[in-house]
Design a binder for this molecule. Structure first.
Ligand code: HEM
Length: 224
């Protein structure tokens, strides 16, 4: 496939996935204001993105986006040119997301599909209490990498389709201010899930936590 076609496929799939990513990161940021708002928003949004055909389309879009990225990366092999910092950060964010996003989807969706135990606020809270040394840095990087990849990628993808984003968004403070504000919100949201901003319910007393603990006990009994 020629590179021009690949660039368009990557742009369109990126824009489609960014609709979900925007809703999802906004949902995450709402945890700054408390569990009720986070859970309420998630219940409503789920009715759309977890509609079976749409969820399948979401996963397909993600696979197409990552595959076209990998193919373009292979096409660039041998090039000695050093890209600018913002593009390098965009690519590092892509590597992190590509490595972790399918694990993240499985960890959040399987308990809902297999044990009718969707995560909600308590599920994220449980993960942060269960293995804080892993989940705080993992979620902070996931959220910030997703935000950066989205903010850099959307104007570029629109440009590929002939829609020029305003100069103020593509460079300078118009680029860095929303990213810094969004990153701060993600860190604050994690502190909210962790119970540092306001009182939270016992993170081990919810269906998601019980499903995980039951699975962990099952697999540790199975292990020799
Ligand atoms: C701090 C950051 C994040 C947190 C706390 C978080 C948390 C969650 C939770 C709780 C769910 C389950 C949602 C539901 O059942 O309705 C979920 C699902 C998902 N997340 Fe994240 N997430 C984060 C960042 C990201 C990022 C950056 C991406 C991708 C770029 C992402 C991609 C997904 C996908 C694809 C699903 C599955 C959606 C579905 O099929 O229903 N997440 N996440």
């Amino acid at each position: 496939m020629n590179n021009h076609r690949l660039i368009r496929i990557q742009a369109v799939s990126g824009l489609l996935f960014s609709l979900f990513a925007l809703v999802h990161l906004s949902n995450t940021a709402l945890a700054v204001l408390g569990p009720d708002l986070y859970n309420g928003f998630q219940s409503s949004a789920r009715r759309v993105y977890q509609w079976p055909l749409l969820e399948l389309a979401l996963v397909t879009t993600l696979i197409v986006h990552i595959t076209s990225g990998v193919l373009r990366m292979r096409g660039r092999r041998g090039s000695k040119a050093k890209p600018p910092l913002r593009l390098r950060l965009h690519r590092y964010a892509a590597y992190y997301l590509a490595i972790f996003v399918f694990g993240h989807m499985a960890a959040t969706r399987l308990p809902a599909l297999l044990a009718d135990a969707p995560p909600f606020f308590g599920g994220v809270s449980f993960s942060l209490h269960f293995m804080p040394w892993f989940f705080y840095p993992y979620y902070a990087l996931l959220g910030i990498a997703g935000l950066y990849h989205l903010c850099y990628g959307v104007p570029v993808a629109l440009g590929v389709l002939g829609i020029r984003a305003p100069q103020a968004i593509r460079r300078g403070p118009g680029f860095w201010i929303p990213i810094s504000a969004g990153a701060t919100l993600i860190v604050l949201a994690l502190l909210g899930f962790g119970g540092a901003l306001y009182e939270i319910d016992d993170p081990f007393d919810n269906d998601f936590a019980r499903a995980y603990e039951a699975a962990a006990a099952y697999f540790s009994e199975e292990a020799p």
